[in-house]
Write a protein that binds this ligand. Structure first.
Ligand code: ARG
Length: 461
């Protein structure tokens, strides 16, 4: 019965419909409509299982599945009117199904609750987004490996404290970013494994009185397993928190990388350039070409980190089992997926088009006494204790600063004034090429090692 304006989904218990502000406050279809395709997939699997266990007839399943598929078509075509009065994606689709196929549509929700339904939808949706994101991360990693091979011999300064430290190769530097993203790939795969478990069958919280076959639904939806405990299945969003956490690390890596690109594109560095199509200009300064993609990736990392804190906070006070609080998980999850996907995809597009100015990079490495450690190591090989060698080289650097030249430009007599252990072959270790080539072990910056590391990385892609 219920009055004509009571909510049609739960009208039986209610004598009036929701207050307009309550309706606007509680609706979720304005954002969860995005889950429609996955909601329909889950519903068809549920209905097929209901038919298998005899709750629906085969003819009822056929009509239900055909009705759901037709609704899916209409949604894809943009030909579906979402009604906020029906609250969420689930009720919109179910109401439409009942309009389309008649009273049979009302049987679909047998043995199911929106609580296990939404948990299933998010997991199905997230699994697709994880697969798409993993593919983009792999594309970016491949681009970095290509760039590393291309620039395996290009010498640039390696920095600590943003001060020139030791020469490295540009390729080595690119492979450092690749290595971080390779761990991101691992993390995304691990997150996927825990996302890919079936909550459906938990119903509202305690399970259902119908003889459901959850294994069948899991197999049909491609889930690896069934979530064991019904209370857990409908209530926890740890899988989403893990996703956002993994995404925050991807963004953190890209953000650091962005910081370097921004610096390197500055004329003060001049190490690299990007094609105009990946940059933007200034409305006032005609000469400007700004690395806005990199800056925005750095900036968007903030919102992803924010969403991570949102979801952790959303969860921390919730008693078992389902609480409506969980509706607040959707927008952060969607925004994180969109943001990280767009950022990774743009980086994957951009990387093959980075121009590296090898001469400028080399010159920057030459300026900062980057081979000072090589000179200290040379003295150690001639029997000087490292701490003494450090002191000797420090004095040589101080002298070079005073006379305004590089260590390699000091003549032999001058160098020998600092240590009798120095002979003419010292110039081999003072060159940038000698310095990088000498770091010839796994993980070192020698061009040969960079090529080997690039080959290993390519093998993992
Ligand atoms: N919109 C809800 C959510 O996102 C769906 C589940 C609602 N369940 C309920 N009993 N109100 O979590």
């Amino acid at each position: 019965m219920g009055s004509s304006d009571s909510h049609q989904t739960w009208g039986g218990r209610f004598s009036e419909g929701p207050d307009a502000r309550v309706a606007a406050f509680t609706e979720s279809v304005s954002f969860d409509a995005r889950l429609a395709a996955h909601d329909i997939r889950g519903s068809i699997a549920h209905a097929r299982m209901l038919a298998r266990v005899g709750v629906l007839t085969d003819a009822e399943f056929d009509a239900t599945a055909a009705g759901l598929e037709a609704i899916g078509e209409r949604i894809r075509a943009g030909d579906f009117v979402w009604d906020p009065a029906l609250e969420d994606v689930h009720m919109n689709i179910e109401a439409r199904l009942t309009e389309d196929i008649g009273a049979l549509g009302k049987k679909l929700h047998t043995g199911r609750s929106r609580n296990d339904q939404i948990a299933t939808d998010i997991r199905l949706w997230l699994r697709d987004r994880l697969d798409a994101l993993s593919a983009e991360v792999a594309r970016l990693r491949a681009a970095l490996v290509d760039l590393a091979e291309r620039e395996a011999d290009t010498i640039m300064p390696g920095f600590t404290h943003m001060q020139v430290a030791q020469p490295v190769t540009f390729g080595h530097h690119m492979l450092a970013w690749q290595a971080m993203l390779a761990r991101d790939s691992e993390r995304l795969a691990e997150v996927r494994a825990r996302v890919n478990r079936l909550p459906l069958g938990a119903a509202a919280l305690a399970g259902t009185t119908f003889p459901i076959d959850r294994e069948m639904v899991a197999a049909e939806l491609g889930f690896d397993s069934v979530i064991d405990n019904s209370l857990d299945a409908v209530s926890d969003r740890d899988f989403a928190i893990e996703f956002v956490s993994a995404a925050a690390l991807v963004m953190t890596h890209l953000s650091r990388f962005s910081e370097e690109l921004v610096l390197w594109m500055s004329p003060a560095f001049g190490f690299v350039d990007l094609p105009d199509r990946y940059c933007t200009g200034s409305s006032i300064m005609p000469q400007k070409k700004n690395p806005d993609v990199a800056e925005l990736v750095r900036g968007k990392t903030a919102r992803v980190n924010g969403h991570l804190v949102s979801l952790l906070t959303l969860m921390k006070g919730q008693p078992l089992a389902y609480n409506r609080d969980n509706q607040e998980d959707k927008e952060p999850i969607f925004d994180v997926a969109d943001t990280v996907m767009a950022s990774v995809a743009l980086y994957a597009d951009m990387m093959p088009h980075v121009t590296v100015y090898a001469d400028t990079c080399r010159e920057a490495a030459r300026q900062g006494f980057a081979t000072a450690t090589d000179l200290a190591d040379y003295l150690v090989r001639r029997g000087v204790a490292f701490r003494d060698a450090h002191e000797i080289v420090g004095q040589s650097v101080q002298h070079a600063i005073r006379v305004g030249c590089d260590l390699a430009e000091l003549d032999l007599a001058t160098l020998q004034g600092f240590s009798e252990h120095i002979s003419a072959d010292v110039y081999e270790v003072l060159t940038l090429e000698g310095s990088v080539a000498a770091r010839d072990h796994i993980g070192g910056t020698a061009p040969a090692q960079v090529r080997a590391a690039a080959a290993r990385a390519r093998h993992t892609l």
